[in-house]
Design a protein around this ligand. Structure first.
Ligand code: G6P
Length: 613
């Protein structure tokens, strides 16, 4: 949460910083701000989105070739102008942007107040920049040393960039817990929370490690050191990101673009891994740990949000295919509930961003207890892949819409491939069945293309009918129970309609009391497994006059006879239904949100990357 971008070079910083903020707005949009040095240290900040900041600075002096900028997701202090970043130090000579939480800010603040410091905001960040200045003045140190010494007094998480009015040649950055990447271009440096603001200026980047700081000086090489003052050699990496993926490409919203990208993103997840001709699946990233996974006594999936739903699909997949017991845990619960973890447990951490604080902490805890940790992440170079023993990237490409869509289907694709690979090697599946599922998985992108074509109009019609509903219920059984959860989450996130997902059979233990003629009930009812039982659940809803929106297999007549609306999906392998059934549910939420004039890509109160507990 919170997006950081900084620039030092020979170009005007302002346009680069603003563009960067737009790219990072998915990380939070409670307020934004910018500080640029040009003789003065000009600092502007505003509550609300980046466009509010742009309006505010019109006509003001934003010239200068060094600056820092921030978009905020509020933690300490309400989202107002004062609490927006950047923050000034006491004498207004230093300025800082920060992502993370300084846990001991209260005690530091009290001490600084006794020394005459006056604070203008409720933030932990302002305390840190006052502390840096205090160190600088009392110990007579240069800026980099002052930052280093101050960070040694800090407990918590941070990604920071600091500038000084008296030095328009230097940016100081540091990180612990929150991500930070530095781009090194031709006579210029960029710093950002992820690579998206950097990629069009340079592809040469360094990811900062925890407790590492960078000293970037005009015309000089990057200097890296630990906050305990040990020099590090920078490890440069090449960004492979394609710029097109950062634009809407003709779609009204990133979310719609990302929904329609799914045939492509799933193909990317499978590329080079699903080898149809050879009848094998090869996941290079986990080769070394394959044996460990095959011999695992238990698999524990840990994740949050949509990624947790992917983990639930993974549970059904792994148990059916590999016969290894699976538990799926919310990372935030797992990390605090003193779980029993053994050395022959394999933890699979699932995360789009690779930065979710709870998932990261849960991994560290399980690792300490001796478990093997594998990651399934989307953002290359993020923190979780660096904390795991091994893993596979989903390769879904940058996901900008805050509500996750293509990342989810790619996570499910990855889990399917992983389970198939282990089942094949373990011999818990016959060769012919293995080949059959591989073939079916390979066909999924094409089938999703079909789903996108055939369900776009119908989901729009249904959205128009139900856009004013106050509640929605989503039901599914087996593999489609997580799909019901994900469908409900999508609707809540972007349309602010209350929605709940339930295992269909559980409805009679409570939610059935909610059903009346006002209640839309979305039922995922493909002609598979528990079809007859799902049909009975539909009858139970109809008997109470609920409105049924059913997802059915092509050509279905039985559910069609009782449902109010039907959406047809292709007839695929039962374990692959989540991949196709999710698509119309994403579209339905999208169209309802658009019709309710909601901000689809940046829903209120949410952030895409949740780097706080
Ligand atoms: C936030 C996002 C969700 C996401 C969840 C987990 O809540 O808004 O879309 O599913 O975090 O994020 P991760 O990056 O770990 O998958």
């Amino acid at each position: 949460m919170c997006g950081i971008v900084a620039y030092l070079g020979d170009k005007q910083a302002y346009p680069i910083l603003i563009k960067g903020l737009h790219r990072l707005e998915y990380r939070g949009y409670d307020s934004s701000g910018i500080a640029i040095i040009n003789g003065n240290l000009n600092l502007y900040k505003r509550k609300g989105k980046v466009e509010e900041l742009e309006k505010f600075v019109k006509g003001k002096d934003v010239s200068g070739t060094i600056g820092i900028a921030h978009t905020r997701w509020a933690t300490h202090g309400e989202p107002n102008d004062e609490n927006a970043h950047p923050h000034f130090s006491q004498n207004k000579e230093l300025s800082i942007i920060h992502n993370g939480i300084i846990e001991n800010y209260n005690s530091l603040k009290e001490e600084l107040i006794t020394r005459g410091h006056v604070f203008n905001s409720d933030t932990d960040t302002e305390v840190l920049i006052h502390l840096i200045e205090d160190v600088q003045e009392n110990e007579n140190l240069d800026l980099a040393e002052s930052v280093r010494v101050a960070l040694n007094q800090v407990v918590g998480a941070y990604a920071i960039v600091v500038i000084s009015k008296n030095d328009n040649n230097t940016l100081i950055a540091a990180k612990k817990g929150s991500p930070l990447v530095i781009g090194s271009g031709d006579g210029e440096f960029l710093i950002a929370s992820d690579a998206t603001p950097i990629v069009e200026y340079t592809r040469k980047v360094v990811y900062l490690e925890d407790e590492e700081m960078a000293i970037l000086e005009r015309g000089k090489e990057i200097v890296l050191k630990s906050i305990s003052n040990i020099k590090h050699t920078p490890y440069f990496q090449e960004l492979t990101m394609n710029l097109d993926v950062l634009e809407k490409g003709g779609y009204e919203h990133f979310m719609l673009k990302e929904i329609f990208e799914q045939p492509h993103s799933i193909r990317e997840s499978m590329r080079g891994r699903l080898r149809l001709g050879q009848g094998i699946i090869s996941l290079g990233g986990i080769t070394e740990y394959k044996q460990k996974l095959m011999n695992a006594k238990r698999i524990i999936m840990i994740a949050c949000g949509t990624s947790w739903h992917a983990g639930l699909v993974g549970e059904y997949l792994f148990e059916e295919l590999t016969r290894i017991p699976v538990e799926v845990e919310y990372a935030s619960e797992f990390r605090y509930r003193k779980p029993v973890i053994n050395e022959d447990d394999v933890v699979i951490a699932i995360s789009q961003s690779g930065e979710t604080a709870d998932t990261l902490a849960a991994i560290k805890m399980a690792k300490e207890k001796g478990a093997t940790i594998l990651g399934i992440c989307n953002v290359v170079g993020s923190s979780i892949p660096r904390e795991t023993h091994a893993g596979s990237y989903t390769h879904a490409g940058p996901e900008i819409g805050v509500a996750s869509t293509k990342a989810f289907t790619s996570q499910v694709t990855l889990l399917t491939m992983m389970a198939l690979m282990i089942a094949h090697d373990k011999g818990t599946i016959t060769n012919s069945r293995h080949q059959q599922i591989i073939n079916a998985l390979n066909d999924i992108p094409e089938q999703i293309e079909d789903v996108l074509k055939t369900t776009d109009a119908i989901t729009k019609d249904i959205a128009a009918k139900f856009k004013d509903s106050r509640n929605f219920l989503y039901l599914g059984r087996g593999y489609n129970f997580p799909v019901a959860l994900e469908g409900a989450l999508k609707l809540k996130e972007i349309s602010y309609i209350h929605a709940e997902g339930y295992p269909a059979a559980e409805m009679k233990h409570g939610p059935i009391a909610l059903i009346d003629e006002e209640m839309p009930v979305v039922v995922i009812a493909p002609k598979k497994g528990n079809y007859d039982k799902v049909v009975s659940n539909i009858q139970e809803v109809k008997a109470r006059k609920g409105k049924i929106i059913a997802l059915v297999s092509k050509g279905d007549t039985e559910v069609r006879a009782v449902a109010d609306y039907v959406i047809e999906i292709p007839d695929v392998e039962e374990m692959l239904v989540p991949l196709v059934a999710t698509i119309p549910l994403q579209l339905l939420s999208y169209y309802i949100a658009v019709m309710r004039n909601c901000n689809v890509d940046q829903p209120r109160n949410l952030a895409k990357s949740v780097t706080v507990e």
